[in-house]
Design a protein around this ligand. Sequence first.
Ligand code: ADP
Length: 591
Amino acid sequence: MFESSRPLRLTLYSLVIVAGAVIAATLAMRHAERQALVEDAARANQQLGLYATSLHTLIERYRALPAVLALDPELRSALDGPLTAQQQDLLNRKLEKINGAAESSTLELLDETGLAVAASNWRLPSSYVGHNYGFRPYFSQTRTLGSGRFYAVGVTSGIPGYFLSSAVTADDGRFLGAMVVKLEFPELEREWRQGSDTLLVSDARGVIFIANQPGWRYRLLKPLNDSDHAELKATRQYDKQPLKQLDYQPLESFDDNSHLARVDGPDGKVDYLWESLPLAAEDWTLHLLRRPQVPFEDSRTAALAAAGSWLALVFLLLFLNQRWRLAKIRQRSREELERLVEERTRDLRTAQDGLVQSAKLAALGQMSAALAHEINQPLTAQRMQLATLRLLLDHGRVDDAYKALKPVDDMLTRMAALTGHLKTFARKSPSGLRERLDLATVVDQALQLLETRLREEQVSTVLHLTRPAWVRGDSIRLEQVLINLLRNALDAMHDKPCKRLEIRLEEDEKLWRLTVSDNGGGIAEEHLAKVFDPFFTTKPVGDGLGIGLAVSFAIAHESGGRLSAANQGNGAAFTLTLPIDQEAQGPCSTQ
Ligand code: ADP
């Protein structure tokens, strides 16, 4: 189950990583696009401000013109009474001249009913003269407020324009009529056409009446209600022009006057960055529409950077996770290893303790016959001595009896020492004991234990012992090493007619070097490397266990020393080295 779920998991991870990269790239692209749009919108807004200024300046240039003309006494007197044909002709020509000089579109003079009595375009078929414009809102505004303004399509000329008007009054303040200037914006529209942006001006009802691109004029930005329709009809503002709704749908808004919109305009469905600027003085709104251009390079770079960052992040996390897991595994295996080593060491120590003890018991067993003999002999001798003593006492020879007591005493002391020693030898000592002791004394005690055998087998023992030889260790265990070495030497020399055992204890730099050598024939070359192996023995079954040297080797190591074997002369030489106990090297120490 684990095997099959692993590739599945891998595929899932890969999918998540790839999906993450795609999402990051898409988000970054979106962000880059939006950022570019916002920047573009800000730029467009600045341009819109410039366009608004140019429109405002144009209108301002003419704003005062009707008011100034309204002060002309000739015009005032013309309205203040019936007008002759000659007077009218003069007025027409005057207005024509002023219109030419002011570069306005048309100038007209309306009487108190709204009838055009004179106009600068009097020569043209579309002349205003004789037409009544009393229905136009600018006329009623002028009558009530003194001035008026109104954008409308000319009912006579069919040309749209901005009408600015001012009241012409008599000296007593009576309303005589209105002086009107009409402004057309072909120049402005032509100028605005230079750029690639679409520029529109809409009125308060949302009717677009100025546009620098064909097809936009007379489109509605919002639906008209009934009263709008009625008013438009009454004022004939856009006269016969059909007003058509412009379909547009906002996509994204940047602020109140800035958004992205999908417009179903003259060029079909197109997304535009749509900036609006209300022109408070005229109650109009100026619009700038621009096709958004997000530099492809920028959005691609942003997408790649985002995907790259995402992947880098994912790989960094994977790498850290892997490292963390590896560290955890390492930590766990180190702990496991430490635990195992501890366990093994404990087992080994137990096994070693067991081995030492069994070796000791084996040695004891083998020694028991000799010991029985050793104890039996003095007992017989003592019985005889006691009989002698009794006789001496019977004969009143007290002095001689005293003398005869001495050997008994000696014998008892020796026996007590022997048994005491055996007792300590057989004791199971705690491993790791490191008491301060004299190695020469250990040699003495070992020799003492084997004294019977040495004597019976007529071994000549040569001793070169430096005393005291202070070392740190466990005297009982070191004694066991000595006994093993000595017994092996005796075993090796068993058949030799002339047995020679030599024990040397001397200082060698910072070590005590104790060598036990014999003339028992030595160790066969091929066995030299194996003598310390547990259960290696060349002795007949029942005689040797093969653990004496292995145990001795272990004890030597445990005491910080070494045990080695070599052939020397006619026999073998075993060398035990132990570090000199420095504490003992004071001025009081005797060598
Ligand atoms: P064991 O004495 O029970 O055989 P040891 O570990 O004490 O076990 O000795 C292993 C072997 O090393 C002996 O069987 C013997 O072959 C060899 N050996 C030890 N000491 C001597 C020696 N002094 N001379 C010759 N061989 C020796």
